[in-house]
Design a protein around this ligand. Structure first.
Ligand code: ATP
Ligand code: MG
Length: 257
């Protein structure tokens, strides 16, 4: 039976889908048989992040019993398995959330790791993904509104008995106005296990429909996400010295032509 890890947040737009697609791809590259599922059923967009073409069958159909896992799963050129959610309003209206636990359990039987890209907020959808998962990674930005909303999600995860792996602090700009790692840990009561910088490369990677770990694997954000994925499976990953982005190397590179 594989592990089921859900990425959740209180506030929307903090980077769950970005991290879910990247972590899943990194885990798959580490040799773990991984599937990433879009459990954000009302505003799904995992498919866009991974360049999945419009798909005839989706997670909605699997939940409603009108498609099998195989029919609703796309294999990315990298080998990663992806189950997108339906983007039509019809899908939105008829979704059987009560089936999520069983469906995910079945899928976990045939994989090492199932990553669930969760919905923001504290509604039924977010709760359904948290309840279908064994473990949760809390995603937040280093600003107070996002952290206070993360705290509410943590309370729900605790009530549901989902083990919290820690906090991923995304879009850090190292700005004095941001909450520090210590402050976030004190507010949430869980360790920050990764700090991912705010980088325009990530916005470019979304436009290119390719996760940053494949699009620009040497960037700091890609390396931090790889390290986070490695940490989730208990392996050490040392970030190589960022030669190409250091000032010295850039000057040196320029002089070398
Ligand atoms: N580290 C980062 N640096 C720069 N941009 C980022 C970073 N992480 C995410 N983004 C951008 O922030 C936006 C929101 O990210 P994303 O869709 O992953 O958030 P989300 O939490 O899944 O949102 P939702 O709650 O709507 O599902 C995207 O445009 C994404 O490219
Ligand atoms: Mg999302």
């Amino acid at each position: 039976m594989g592990r089921v890890i859900c990425l959740v947040s209180g506030k929307g737009g903090v980077g769950k889908t970005t991290l879910a697609s990247n972590i899943a791809m990194a885990l798959n590259n580490f040799g773990k048989n991984t599937v990433v599922i879009d459990t954000n059923l009302t505003t799904p967009n995992l498919g866009f992040h991974l360049g999945v073409p419009l798909y005839p069958k989706t997670f909605h159909d699997v939940l409603n019993g009108t498609a099998t896992y195989e029919e609703a799963t796309y294999t990315h050129p990298s080998g990663l398995r992806v189950m997108p959610a339906g983007i039509s309003l019809r899908d939105l209206k008829n979704t059987n959330l009560s089936q999520m636990d069983n469906v995910v359990l079945d899928i976990a039987d045939n994989h090492d790791i199932v990553i669930l890209d969760g919905a923001a907020g504290l509604g039924k959808e977010g709760k359904a993904s948290l309840s279908a998962a064994d473990e949760a990674l809390i995603v937040t930005n280093p600003q107070l509104p996002s952290v206070t909303d993360a705290l509410k999600t943590i309370k729900i995860a605790e009530e549901l008995g989902t083990k919290i792996l820690g906090v991923a602090l995304n879009r850090s700009k190292n700005h004095p106005s941001e909450l520090s790692q210590n402050e976030v840990e004190a507010l949430l009561g869980y360790p920050v296990i990764s700090i991912i910088p705010d980088e325009n490369h990530i916005i470019d990677s979304l436009a290119a429909k390719t996760p940053i770990v494949a699009f620009k694997p040497n960037t700091r954000s890609a390396q931090e996400i790889k390290k986070l994925a490695a940490c989730l499976i208990g392996i050490d990953y040392d970030i190589p010295v960022q030669k190409e982005y250091g000032l010295f190397s850039r000057i040196f590179g320029f002089l070398k032509g």
